[in-house]
Design a protein around this ligand. Structure first.
Ligand SMILES: Nc1ncnc2c1ncn2[C@@H]1O[C@H](COP(=O)(O)OP(=O)(O)OP(=O)(O)O)[C@@H](O)[C@H]1O
Ligand SMILES: [Mg+2]
Length: 254
């Protein structure tokens, strides 16, 4: 398995003139699952967007590097080409862009040195649609166009498997999923891990972590990592509640 490393180092991020992320550091390696937990509005999606390179999020300090290569100044599509994939909390809809065409372009851009055999590729996508309980008509639908909430999330998980990125950020992939879909998406995450991806799962619930065992858990409170630990920290967080960490963090800062 290729050993890749994604390093987020002392990241400070502003939106408008408001400081959202404060000195966030995180290292993710191939085959690791990190869960990033925290209450609403604490900066989880901001971290995901900042790593992906959304220009709304201004990086005021720190850096993001993949295998030592600095991505901090790179645009979104270049970061994607380097192998970072993000499943959005609210996936974008593009009418008229057929899903299969989108996938094919995305795959070729991610793996420029591979000759893509279209027929084989389509077969693989169909197999995955079947795995996610979606029928073949989804191949021809516009990207996320008119899909239900849960269907969108499953299609995002499908992209993660087919595109084979080095690093995957899943922003609340579990929200709006029924229990069967949650199980399927969890299996997909395990598959991506076995395939060698490094994964960050953003969630505020323990629920998905009953199915996917994270190797590391981080609690983000008011833009700072308040605590990091092994997989079982998720359960402790659920018991303590986020208020406990707010208190801890404030005591540390003062
Ligand atoms: N585009 C934006 N413009 C202005 N403020 C923003 C923008 N995006 C995020 N924020 C603010 O930044 C803070 C962090 O938001 P973020 O979306 O990162 O939170 P989150 O931890 O993902 O929350 P949730 O669990 O609700 O998804 C919030 O106070 C939010 O209002
Ligand atoms: Mg969010």
């Amino acid at each position: 398995m290729a050993q890749n490393i994604l390093e987020i180092k002392n990241l400070n991020v502003e939106i408008g003139s408001r400081e959202i992320l404060k000195d966030v550091s995180l290292q993710v390696r191939s085959g690791e699952i990190h869960a990033l937990m925290g209450p609403n509005g604490t900066g989880k999606s901001t971290l995901a967007h900042s790593v992906m390179g959304n220009p709304k999020y201004k990086i005021k300090g720190g850096r993001i590097a993949l295998n030592g290569k600095d991505l901090t100044e790179m645009q979104i599509h270049d970061r994607a080409r380097e192998g970072i994939f993000m499943a959005f909390q609210e996936p974008v809809q593009v009418q008229g862009l057929r899903f299969i065409n989108y996938l094919r372009t995305a795959y070729s851009s991610l793996h420029p040195n591979e000759r893509l055999e279209y027929k084989k590729f389509v077969e693989e996508v169909k197999e995955l649609l079947n795995f996610f309980g979606l029928d073949n008509s989804f191949l021809d639908r516009g990207l996320n166009d008119g899909l239900s909430g849960g269907e969108k999330k499953r299609m995002e998980a499908l992209q993660m498997l087919i595109l084979k990125p080095k690093f995957i950020i899943l922003d609340e992939i579990d929200s709006g999923l029924d229990v069967d879909a949650l199980r399927t998406v969890s299996k997909a995450i395990e598959r991506a891990k076995v395939g060698g991806a490094g994964i960050i799962i953003i969630t505020h619930y323990q629920r998905i972590l009953d199915y996917v065992k994270p190797d590391f858990v981080h609690v983000l409170i008011e833009g700072r990592i308040a605590e990091s630990g092994a997989g079982d920290l998720a359960r402790v967080i659920e018991e303590r509640g986020y208020e406990y960490y707010k208190g801890e963090l404030n005591a540390k800062i003062e």
